[in-house]
Design a protein around this ligand. Sequence first.
Ligand SMILES: [Mg+2]
Ligand SMILES: [Zn+2]
Length: 269
Amino acid sequence: MAGVVVVFDFDFTLIDYDSENWVVDTFGLTDLFERFLPTMPWNSLMDKIMKELHSKGLSIEDIEGCLRTIPLDSHIASAIKIAHALGCELRIVSDANKLFIETILVKHELLEYFSEINTNPCYVDEEGRLRISPYHDHIMSVHGCNLCPPNMCKGMILDRIRASAAIAGKKQLIYVGDGKGDYCPSLRLTEGDCLMPRKDFPLSKLLYTNSDLLKAQPHHWSSSEELKEVLLRLITQVEANSLSLVGCNHKEIQESPQEVLSFALGMHN
Ligand SMILES: [Mg+2]
Ligand SMILES: [Zn+2]
């Protein structure tokens, strides 16, 4: 059971909120944020918001404390632990930022399950202010993908994940996401991969109008409970199918994954 890499988006996927909006709203900067959003890239605006928080006397610890109040559904925590116990490699690709994601995952004791988090990097400057940098340095060189914002092409990241996964002997990807930024990587999935778009969110709407461009079969989910159910079913299907050398786009295996799941849960207790 070790041939699958699961790639998760973060906001509105692993948590049912937008972590950056949560901080903006908690500290009363919603109006400022909305005023600048039409004219500034999201990533640069978040850096500006951090400057504003710093000028109001709020520390990194205050921001981390706010992030720790974001709920993470128990079904998501259990899906992550079971997928990991089943031998899957778990990665995150997110247009949020490193400090926000890691703070939330540490709070919920989930950071150790992820082998890689691809997101916008952060650092604390000499004044103690959190700076958020773009993942792709679009000042030095543009990434050239017209589907994605200048600071991050998730499709390029997915291609790199696929290449490194292949070297490690992992052949199939399961991609879980909800937003516009997840559209580019979704189109780069191949026939044997699985896509898990969140129902009625921007990604599923984009896919609905461009369904002929998609090579992987979509498996929709709405709630955290459904995400868990669909993900664990796909993992067991992909693993079972790989034994007969076909991907999850092909014949569905009807057997219950219960036995495999019980085994994984047993390993974890
Ligand atoms: Mg998202
Ligand atoms: Zn792209």
